[in-house]
Design a binder for this molecule. Structure first.
Ligand code: NAP
Length: 338
């Protein structure tokens, strides 16, 4: 393990300044097992990063920061109805979406332009414009950090839920995802009922093809969301809260314009709307801000993780005070004082 502190600033899309005791990029399974063994020998916990698009470093970490950067895609099964792909965890998510579209493998179009790697995608069960990853996942392959053993989890074992999976629960920080198997249909009816997507496609004469959905999603995201390459951010900073039916009804009576959606366990509220109503859109902290174009996205303007979490807490407090529900932070947070 290198002795010197390793700078992490360039490893996350928020570009928050932080250091780690050690860091390593590995491109294959033997190198991964060796790095894990070295971390065990040095007594260091392991933090796994992909492209760092859903991670907040609130301070320095006494850990090995590890990236598994293996790339590659192969067809492992196919028939007239579908194709099953095995994709290495280090592949760039959007590149996979583009490639699938070109090959005629459908279903992932709505998930275009979500930042991050293939290995990161199952962790939060990425979702956008009415589609989530879970139904396309056949299996997730991983290596256990504690002993280097290989694991394969079926879709059911991944315990996918709204922006959630076993990798955020029982297996949080316990495995390195090395590959994902996807089963994609050849004939697919595009999912176009998400309001902004339906609107974007409304002018078309013919029923939308997967390529049309892809183009519309790319245009919508480019118009609304800041590009992490130029504006450091981690996408949605808060999860959409789910409240029980009675609470939802009371809120709807009090705030007639409040968006609410059906969700398991009650009604889903739009976190961005709640934040905006509390007047936070465009607000600034110390080198951090609420994106002026989208209140759900916090951006860094040279500030650090402590300032970002302080701003997040002020937003959480204000939403809780106004609407009685506490927003949960979506990205993984490391290095925060207990
Ligand atoms: P929007 O259309 O302004 O809607 C705001 C919120 O309302 C969304 O978060 C969405 O929940 C929910 N919503 C709207 N219509 C819905 C419907 N018919 N059924 C269920 N839920 C509905 O959203 P936006 O902020 O521009 O984002 C568009 C899409 O991109 C959303 O799906 C969003 O999740 C996704 N996105 C993801 C990230 C990320 O970092 N993970 C960042 C930005 C945007 P859902 O979030 O559950 O869809």
């Amino acid at each position: 393990m290198p002795g010197a502190a390793e700078d992490l600033t360039a490893l996350t899309t928020l570009r928050l300044p932080a250091k780690a005791a050690a860091r390593r990029d590995v491109t294959d399974l033997p190198a991964l097992r060796e790095a894990l063994a070295d971390a065990r020998a040095a007594g260091l916990p392991v933090i796994v990063l992909g492209e760092g698009s859903n991670v907040v470093f609130a301070g320095d970490v006494d850990a090995l920061v590890l990236r598994y950067t293996a790339t590659g895609r192969e067809v492992i099964a196919e028939d007239d109805a579908s194709v099953t792909l095995r994709v290495a965890a280090g592949e760039h998510w959007h590149t996979l979406v583009c490639w699938c579209l070109e090959q005629g493998y459908h279903g992932l179009e709505n998930l275009a332009l979500i930042p991050g790697t293939v290995g990161a995608a199952p962790i939060q069960n990425i979702g956008a414009y009415g589609v989530e990853l879970a139904p396309f996942v056949e299996a997730v392959h991983a290596v256990r950090i504690a002993d280097g053993e290989t694991l394969t989890l079926s879709r059911a074992e991944c315990a996918f839920a709204y922006r959630d999976s076993i990798f955020k629960g029982a297996l949080r920080d316990a495995v390195v995802i090395t590959a994902v198997d996807f089963r994609l249909p050849r004939a697919h009816v595009p999912v176009t009922d998400y309001p902004s997507l339906r609107e974007a496609l409304a002018g078309q004469a013919a029923p939308p093809e997967p390529r049309d959905v892809f183009d519309a999603v790319v245009a919508l995201r480019r118009a609304r969301l800041p590009d992490p390459a130029t504006t450091p951010n981690a996408g949605s900073f808060f999860k959409n809260p789910v409240v029980d039916a009675a609470t939802a009804e009371a809120l709807a009576r009090r705030y007639p314009g409040m968006p609410q959606f059906a969700a398991p366990g009650g009604r889903k509220l739009a976190a961005g709307w709640l934040i905006e109503q509390c007047g936070w859109r465009g607000a600034e902290g110390e080198g951090v801000a609420v994106h002026p174009g989208h209140a759900l996205v916090l951006v860094s303007r040279g500030g650090d993780g402590r300032a970002l979490l302080a701003l997040a807490q002020r937003i959480q407090d204000s939403v809780a005070e106004t609407f009685g529900c506490r927003l949960e932070i979506e990205p993984r947070v490391y290095g925060a004082a207990a």
